[in-house]
Design a protein around this ligand. Sequence first.
Ligand code: URA
Length: 234
Amino acid sequence: MERVDKIISNQTDYTRSDVKKLIKSKKIMVNNIIIDKSDIKVDIEKDTISIDGINVVYKKNVYLILNKPAGYISATEDRKMPTVLDIVSGDYGNRNLFPVGRLDKDTTGLMILTDDGDFAHKILSPKKDSKKIYIATIDIPVTTEMKIGFEKGIKLIDGECKTSKLEIIDKYIAKVTLTEGKYHQIKRMFGCYGAKVTKLKRIQIGDFCLPENLTEGDYRELTQEELKLVQGIK
Ligand code: URA
């Protein structure tokens, strides 16, 4: 059982003080009965809440897919720089969302935001070996030497990378599949060959690909089917 004002502020864009006002103007009903207090306890499994005649749909957790633009950091807050949370907070400001894993500030593409810690833990767990696929553009031609080295496992100062896959897409463009996430990993792996990554975009997590119709800066909720693909559940 939870307080009605807490449930409404978690599930909608209304704040607790909005809820107080709505209650005063007799707009909130629990099981079709107008309520007059914001501390009424509600069982979300059984009771229905409505605001102005519209039922509040209860969602335990939220899972968003964002096509991250460059210039945003993968954190929940920062004193100086805009974060990926700033992009979605207009719609989901009442949820304690956080990004699942990190992308560099200048990296674009597929990013998942959620308030489900267990889910994030499963995706990020090193045991899970969840694959992440990136398109990297570098400043020198991609070579088969790089491809072989990536497959063998590049040695970085903080340890040897797991075997990764490099497909040559174009002279300066490669598709890279990682199953781990070391700090600046792709940039540092190419750095071992004297190459600088000039563009980096994540296009896939698990079996889930960044939808083509989701343009940079756009986000939406993931469907149940998409969630399974992210988790690699067939
Ligand atoms: N590797 C990097 O170097 N940067 C990222 O953002 C992701 C992987």
